[in-house]
Design a binder for this molecule. Sequence first.
Ligand SMILES: [Zn+2]
Length: 75
Amino acid sequence: MAAAMAAACCGLEKETVMGEQKAPGACPRCGGAVVATDVESVRRVLCCLPLCVKNKRKFSCARCRRSLAALSTHA
Ligand SMILES: [Zn+2]
């Protein structure tokens, strides 16, 4: 219990899904539709002090859920 709380407090990268939308292109594996997922990532190194916040856009296949190439964008 104590170890889990410590892990939740320090050195954890928390990701929050901001939204999903259809993306152009098709899955190279099954040809299914590509979905772009916007994720806000907050990396905490010191307790309760966010040092790095960045928005990422992840691409995955809507049919087979394979993770496709990810792009990083600055907020
Ligand atoms: Zn697929």
